[in-house]
Design a protein around this ligand. Structure first.
Ligand code: SLL
Length: 256
């Protein structure tokens, strides 16, 4: 390491796209019976991965090995699990378990020493049961869950490094992330909230793609327009009600 390596490159930001979340599958009755804890209903995997998915694979994300900048990922599971703090020091940064309940998982990312960065903490709600129309949790019967296939809950994020040290920057630029595909390449997975989609979505696996950025921007824009329209409507209603109030007050004063 030369002395210039320990210099921060001021004003520069560099980021790496990641995803974190889980995939869960319902266990068949036979699988349940073979477990040491027969009350467990699902097998799940919680992970931190690169955002791009490997080609021709059912895995969500994980095209790139992130160990060039991540040293350790700690998954803090529910206390009902033995040794609930799981330190993963080499890729894949994931934990696979069986269980019966959903809970919050604390995910801590420790960067390599050269990064000179603080640990990053993320929170993920372990999702076992299919997404529903109402958004209310609903536990479907086993046959329905088995037919529906894996449940996915993944969050995209970008880890931003500001004013990185020169040697860390060199390391990052030596490992450019696999770019996200421009558009959707795979059918979306089956969703209880979209039951019509079962046939067409067979084998569907979520995949993050660049188009999602503009889709999200559109959703935000629509929401913003709705809020403006609603604010306007409420403002008019308020003006009208105030006028009515004035009128009633006047009537009352005149009558008195
Ligand atoms: C619930 N608040 O009540 C949650 C807790 C805990 C889940 C869920 C495994 C336990 C074991 C397991 O699924 N814990 O190791 O047997 O829904």
């Amino acid at each position: 390491m030369s002395s210039s390596d320990r210099v921060r490159v001021r004003g520069l930001s560099i980021y790496r796209p990641i995803i974190y979340g889980n995939t869960a599958v319902a266990l068949t009755q036979k699988e349940r019976d073979s477990l040491t804890s027969p009350d467990h209903t699902h097998r799940w995997t919680v992970a931190v991965r690169s955002a791009a998915s490997p080609p021709n694979s059912d895995q969500v994300g994980g095209a790139d090995d992130l160990s060039y900048f991540i040293k350790r990922v700690t998954f803090k599971l529910h206390d009902t699990y033995p040794s609930p703090t799981r330190n993963i020091d080499k890729p894949p940064f994931e934990v696979t378990e069986t269980g019966w309940g959903e809970f919050e998982i604390i995910i801590r990312i420790t960067f390599i020493q050269e990064a000179a960065e603080k640990t990053m903490t993320l929170l993920h709600h372990l999702k076992l049961h299919p997404w529903t129309v109402s958004g209310e949790p609903e536990i479907p019967p086993l046959e329905v869950a088995l037919k529906a296939g894996p449940v996915h809950s993944w969050q995209y994020d970008e880890i931003v490094f500001n004013d990185p040290f020169q040697n860390f920057l060199n390391l990052l630029t030596a490992h450019p992330p696999t770019p996200l595909p421009k558009a959707k390449r795979k059918p979306i997975p089956f969703h209880l909230a979209n039951p019509g989609s079962f046939e067409e979505s067979k084998g569907g696996t979520p995949e993050f793609h660049a188009g999602m950025i503009s889709e999200e921007a559109e959703r935000l824009d629509d929401a913003r327009k709705k809020i403006i329209a609603e604010t306007e409507r409420l403002r008019n209603e308020l003006i009208q009600k105030e006028a009515e109030l004035e009128k009633s007050k006047k009537l009352l004063a005149d009558g008195a």
